[in-house]
Design a protein around this ligand. Structure first.
Ligand SMILES: Cc1cc2nc3c(=O)[nH]c(=O)nc-3n(C[C@H](O)[C@H](O)[C@H](O)COP(=O)(O)OP(=O)(O)OC[C@H]3O[C@@H](n4cnc5c(N)ncnc54)[C@H](O)[C@@H]3O)c2cc1C
Length: 375
């Protein structure tokens, strides 16, 4: 039974955001920055954010050479330029909102490892640099000497491509400070609040939370549920994609610095506090990884472990300290899905593997649309 006070102060919001990941909180922050008087609530199913935003590798990335060249096979140059713009503007906004220190942002650049069969990709660097020039300047990619870099990789690695635009963040600090920033602006946040059902009538949108007898209402509800959006939009072009990650114990005399990719972005690794974080391998078992289940995939974890020991750190003794997974969302196209779905229902989802870069920008786009066109 609800009190008079609860009914008057806790049940209705101007904006109710479903999903407390990067996009949910970025949208909340931008709404409050533009309209401080608006009431904004973020509801999150987990006690912690439970999708991708606290599970990722912390690459402030825009794409590797082989990944972007692969993208050009099913996206136009214009689409690639649009995606690059989103990534550049999103990263800049994230850095502006939080400050580099608050997420340990390091403008380290990144390296891609190329194998024998990929060496012809080096010839495509000038072409890709030209496409990317409007967003990232003249020389996004350049070849780097393997010998001088001396990272200690296996001799199967035949070339290194440096990307001067990319960098790294501490994902935990980033997400924690994003939440704190939203709260400092007056955004309310409720965890363990899984939305089961959403209904709309002529005056507002009703949001039903698992285990609660009453519903919340809002003028506008925004789905920022990424891989979990099919619960609400079963026909959307969106497929979950699980990502497997492992982290080693500390490795003495580790020579890695910065962030690394290989195999069209399907594998990624970095140094973190003297350890190696290594993730990816979805392409080893695509069908099994199209899931919202956070379980480990032993086939992929084994593949990661083998590649870690034989390719990345062949000269070191490595022990695995922890493993985890996170769930991404993919569509046929790499552009995110940002739409008004009905009078009071909106969505900003399908971030792919680059939500760190795109998430803040999506929040800005959504908030502008909501303030211009929303209820
Ligand atoms: C292993 C891995 C590595 C990655 N590495 C990188 C990287 O290095 N760089 C990069 O840019 N990107 C990376 N990504 C992708 C990036 O993390 C995502 O694109 C981004 O976090 C998506 O943010 P989001 O807010 O859209 O979704 P999410 O973070 O998934 O947030 C959605 C939230 O909605 C909540 N939710 C879902 N359903 C409901 C419901 N019914 N009710 C209430 N709440 C609900 C979920 O619990 C979740 O917290 C990686 C992802 C993974 C999994």
């Amino acid at each position: 039974m609800l009190s008079f006070w609860e009914k008057s102060s806790f049940l209705h919001y101007n904006y109710l955001i479903v999903g407390g990941g990067i996009v949910g909180f970025s949208t909340a922050i931008e709404l409050k920055k533009k309209n401080p008087k608006a009431s904004v609530l973020v509801v999150e199913a987990g006690l912690l954010p439970t999708g991708a935003s606290t599970k990722n590798a912390g690459f402030a990335c825009v794409g590797s050479l082989s990944e972007m060249l692969a993208d050009l096979e099913n996206h136009s140059e214009e689409e690639l330029i649009a995606l690059s713009k989103l990534r550049r503007e999103g990263l800049n906004l994230l850095r502006k909102n939080l400050g580099d220190k608050n997420m340990d942002y390091q403008a380290s650049g990144s390296h891609e490892l190329l194998f024998e069969h990929e060496l012809p990709l080096l010839d495509q660097i000038p072409k890709l640099n030209q496409i990317l020039a409007p967003n990232f300047g003249e020389n996004t990619f350049s070849e780097k000497s393997l010998k001088e870099a001396n990272f200690g990789f296996s001799s199967d690695v035949k070339a290194l491509v440096f990307n001067q635009v990319e960098g790294s963040i501490h994902t935990g600090k980033m997400m924690k400070n994003l939440i704190l920033k939203a709260q400092s602006l007056g955004v309310e946040y409720k965890t363990l609040a899984k939305v089961n059902r959403i209904e709309e009538d002529s005056s507002s949108v009703h949001v039903f939370i698992e285990g609660q007898e009453f519903s919340l209402t809002a003028d506008n509800v925004v789905l920022c549920t990424n891989a979990f959006t099919k619960t609400f939009l079963p026909d959307l072009d969106l497929e979950p994609g699980r990502g497997q990650v492992l982290v080693t114990e500390k490795i003495p005399n580790l020579k890695l610095k910065g962030i690394f990719h290989f195999d069209s972005g399907y594998y990624y690794f970095r140094e973190i506090e003297g350890r190696v974080l290594f993730g990816g391998g979805r392409n080893m078992d695509f069908e099994a990884e199209k899931t919202n289940d956070f379980a480990l995939n032993s086939k992929i974890q084994q593949d990661l472990e083998t590649k870690l020991k034989t390719l990345i750190c062949p000269k070191h003794e490595v022990k695995i300290a922890m493993r985890w997974t996170g769930i991404m969302a993919f569509g046929r196209n790499k552009l995110p899905f940002v739409e008004r779905l009905s009078q009071g229902l909106w969505a900003g989802v399908r971030l792919g593997g680059m939500g760190v870069a795109i998430g803040s920008k999506l929040g800005e786009i959504l908030s502008s649309k909501l303030l211009e066109e929303g209820n």
